[in-house]
Design a protein around this ligand. Structure first.
Ligand code: CP
Ligand code: NVA
Length: 296
């Protein structure tokens, strides 16, 4: 039976812990870990732009001895030139795995349904599970996971959804501050009840928090709402004043790309509490561990 990674719900607590452990070993040894993907080819179907996800997956696949083929929106033209169902069935005859970044989450669900090979979600409008797995690794590396409170300031988006599910699964508290009308969906909040607390004011959410996290106010696919969101999210910014309200030694995280001066200031991004570059690097190690687990 093939295994997909479409949402955090696809992973059990023990699978998450195994991936974290393997990622730690891979980080330590970097390229000296044999070639578990030797002879295997993976396709990266990307409907949206990417720096970290594309490059870290391609480098990771190379380091594991495999081969990656990047299929941008022009090559496949998913849903227009060919249906996700037909794409999935055909690619299953050539490839050993698919990493897909799509606008609609339904598209990756469709790809997974009709593929006989593992499908990994590289970001949809609903979740970004590889990001959350790497974030958990970074939190563990910097702060440990016991008794930790995470605070997310900003939009109730894909990155937050995956973070909420992973915190809930791992028994971590998460405080969220969103402007009214931009909270995570009701279904998500119901699923993570008991772990997540929703606030309106950023200052209330960061009190007692060890990890302060943010993401862009306007995600890919929402560009038409840019001006409206600029107004709605004013004040939902990680800056030095906000960091002072968090626990001593708190770290600042951002999945990147960042809109400096909007959701995060230069001072925090480039300051001593910022772990954003380690966070970005960890995508590589964690995704290599995910690939080994799903493709072994
Ligand atoms: N964080 C992240 O997924 O970055 P990219 O959009 O550049 O891949
Ligand atoms: N929420 C952002 C994350 C980018 C990595 C987006 O979907 O554009």
């Amino acid at each position: 039976m093939k295994k997909d990674l479409l949402t955090i719900e696809d992973l059990s607590v023990s699978e998450i812990n195994e991936i974290l452990e393997l990622a730690g070993a891979l980080k330590e040894k970097r390229q000296c870990f044999g070639e578990p993907l030797k002879g295997k080819t993976l396709g990266l179907i990307f409907e949206k732009p990417s720096n970290r996800t594309r490059v870290s997956f391609e480098v990771g696949i190379t380091e594991l001895g495999g081969h990656a083929i990047y299929l941008g929106s022009y090559e496949i033209d998913l849903g227009k030139r060919e249906s996700p169902k037909d794409v999935a069935k055909v690619l299953s005859r050539y490839l050993n795995g698919i990493i897909a970044r799509t606008f609609s989450h339904k598209t990756v669900v469709e790809l997974a349904k009709y593929s006989s090979i593992p499908v990994i979600n590289g970001l949809t409008d609903y979740q970004h599970p590889c990001q959350a797995m790497s974030d958990l690794f970074t939190i563990k590396e910097k702060k440990g996971l016991i008794g930790i409170t995470v605070a997310f300031i900003g939009d109730g988006n894909n990155v937050l959804n995956s973070l909420l599910y992973i915190c809930h699964k791992m028994g971590m508290r998460i405080n969220v501050a969103c402007p009214r009308g931009y909270e995570p969906g009701k279904d998500v909040l119901k699923d993570v009840a008991g772990s997540a607390k929703i606030f309106n004011a950023p200052g209330d959410a960061v009190k007692g928090a060890d990890v302060i996290y943010t993401d862009v106010w306007t995600s890919m696919g929402q560009e038409k709402e840019y001006k409206k969101r600029l107004k709605a999210f004013k004040g939902y910014q990680i800056n030095s004043e906000l960091m002072k309200l968090a626990n001593k030694g708190a770290i600042a995280l951002h999945c990147l790309p960042a809109h400096r001066g909007q959701e995060i200031t230069d001072e925090v991004m480039d300051g001593p509490q910022s772990m954003v570059l380690d966070q970005a690097e960890n995508r590589l190690h964690v995704q290599k561990a995910i690939l080994i687990k799903l493709l072994k």
